[in-house]
Ligand binder design. Structure first.
Ligand code: HXC
Length: 274
């Protein structure tokens, strides 16, 4: 499915980014993982190679590593150009890197606000711009997938920095989808809910009580898995999916849907006469 294709994944050394990399490699593609920590990038490469039964040489042929901070616009241009030089072309960009921590708005410092907004909003723009410029110049088609969260449009407590930044990414997704459709560059987003075994869950719901509360908020009765998200991301970025652009796919077991009127756990009223 992805034979001959290449993908650059920011935040690719753990969690959903790594799971998407595994999916892309298993389906025949080559990846470039981007993260801040060189050690985490090496560890992720070893895990991916081990799962695929690859030697170090095979891993190096299929997995490039880039230690970079998505807040640095010049690095974005350098990384995108290096991936294209090394692999010959770049087909998919996944803007997955995110910073987040729960904090009440009145307690949030300027640096805290800037850190999250610059990683999520600026980082997504810098990598999208580098990708778009390169592909438009080369007259090649491509796909961008942005990872957002449904609180970008519902709102939610304790994440004003992340919600505002992700709302910006939703607007960016739709705007670039329109601007770059004529260049055959599709731009979509995915909004995963709480996903098991990710930094987001340990960071945002660190205690047993918080974890139980989030579990109870999911109609499906369980957290999603990284593999479920990776498969959906694979569909969104697949080469066969040629007409879908400007869309946001929510993948959260029903968590963000309205449930204010009646609780499904309450007995149904026998009849109501109005
Ligand atoms: C309060 C905090 C804080 C915290 C950082 N800051 N962590 N404030 N509570 N827990 C403040 C610092 O005090 C500092 O401000 C400023 O933020 C910058 O912090 P630094 O550590 O110096 O910056 P930096 O190294 O750039 O990294 C900050 C960070 C990083 C981006 C927040 O810690 C991070 O990436 N953490 C978690 C990453 C993560 O969980 N990613 C997954 C997100 S998933 P002062 O004023 O003190 O200088 C997601 C979607 C979830 O977002 C959707 C679920 C449904």
């Amino acid at each position: 499915m992805n034979a001959g294709r290449t993908a650059l994944i920011t935040g690719g050394s753990s969690g959903i980014g790594e799971a998407y990399a595994a999916h892309f490699l298993q389906t025949g593609g080559r990846v470039a993982l981007l993260g801040r920590s060189p050690e985490k990038l090496e560890q992720a490469t070893r895990r991916l190679a081990s799962d695929l039964g690859w030697t170090t040489d095979e891993a190096d042929t299929h997995i490039r590593r880039y230690s970079a901070d998505v807040r640095d616009a010049d690095q974005a241009d350098t990384v995108v150009s290096d991936v294209i030089h090394a692999y010959g072309h770049l087909d998919v960009l996944v803007n997955n890197a995110a910073g987040n921590f729960p904090c009440r708005a009145e307690d949030l410092s300027t640096n805290g606000w800037n850190a999250v907004v610059q990683i999520v909003l600026n980082g997504t723009f810098f990598y999208s711009r580098a990708f778009g410029r390169a592909l438009i110049a080369a007259k090649l088609p491509g796909v961008i997938l942005n990872v957002v969260a449904s609180y970008a449009w519902t709102g939610g407590p304790m994440v004003v920095h992340s919600a505002a930044a992700k709302a910006g990414v939703v607007a960016m997704t739709k705007t670039l989808a329109v601007e770059w459709a004529e260049h055959q560059i599709r731009v979509n987003a995915i909004a995963p809910g709480p996903i098991a075994d990710t930094g987001a869950v340990t960071q945002l719901w660190p205690t047993e009580t918080a974890y139980q509360q989030v579990l109870e908020s999911i109609p499906a009765g369980r957290l999603g898995t990284k593999e479920e998200v990776a498969r959906a991301m694979g569909w969104l970025t697949s080469a066969e999916n040629t007409y879908l652009t400007g869309e946001i796919l929510v993948l959260d077991g029903g968590r963000s849907l309205g449930k204010a009127a009646f609780s499904p756990t309450r007995p149904s009223p026998k009849s109501t006469t109005l």
